[in-house]
Design a protein around this ligand. Sequence first.
Ligand SMILES: Nc1nc2c(ncn2[C@@H]2O[C@H](COP(=O)(O)OP(=O)(O)OP(=O)(O)O)[C@@H](O)[C@H]2O)c(=O)[nH]1
Ligand SMILES: [Mg+2]
Length: 276
Amino acid sequence: MPANLPPEYYKLEDEYSATKSREGKIKILEKMLSVIPSHKASQKVRGEIRRKISILKKEIDKEALKKRGSRRKGIKKEGAAQVCLLGKPNSGKSYILNKLCNKNLKSTSIPFETKTPEVAMLDIDGIQIQLIEIPSVYKGFYEKCGEFRSLIYTCDLICFVIKNEDDLNFLKSEIGLDKQYISIKSKDFEFMKQKIWDKLNLIKVYTKEPGKDVEKTPIAMKENATVKDIGEKIHKDFIDKFKFAKIYRKKAKVQERRVGLKFNLKNNDVVEFHTK
Ligand SMILES: Nc1nc2c(ncn2[C@@H]2O[C@H](COP(=O)(O)OP(=O)(O)OP(=O)(O)O)[C@@H](O)[C@H]2O)c(=O)[nH]1
Ligand SMILES: [Mg+2]
């Protein structure tokens, strides 16, 4: 540390150590910045202080989000998963929602047209995925986008809409969260469904009543879900009065078999419940 820091600075350092609350610490750090002379030798100290402020702010946010949890007013999770679209202005997010989800959002070359999150349902082979366009990301987004941050934090997957790697790095640094994501170039949005599906680690399972045709709409389940898991999702009677289930698996050696509740399901399995 350079020796030419003013005495006020060292007083503030003592205050900082004695202060417990994050908000209080931020105030002291900001005061420190104002008393440090801005010459080259103090650049490193200033940088460290700014970094501390940013970490504290993120911690405050995380705590607030945890407290609010799912009681947060706003967008209710619907469908098998919730995916947030994030991108720079004019990256084509509304364009994608219009094309893939039959929406009719404003999508022109005017930046920041979308001002609040827009929700749409994306049909992937019969499975409904909730797709949300978050208003465009700009420099300083993290500090000012409190209202959408909880969405970004709690969604199942982030989809960055980018033109190049620079865009991706910019977006990642602006949202400041470490969670799973995919990125698409706005022109490959037709492949988006596949990319989203692959990343969500879900399987499609079909149901069938004995003696009837297979239901057309599949149910999305987590990979390695069991017969019990899907039974619980459909009706508790299937579990309470369970006798056995029949699994139909087209490409397998044994195409039809009787199984118990613990049986692990695979993508495209057909399940038929038999009850007492
Ligand atoms: N043909 C074509 N046009 C696109 C594509 N992506 C974006 N555009 C055009 O680019 C412009 C901006 O797209 P928007 O969909 O408004 O972008 P946005 O990301 O929603 O931007 P905001 O206004 O900040 O919400 C529009 O004129 C779109 O028609 C694409 O993949 N193909
Ligand atoms: Mg838009």
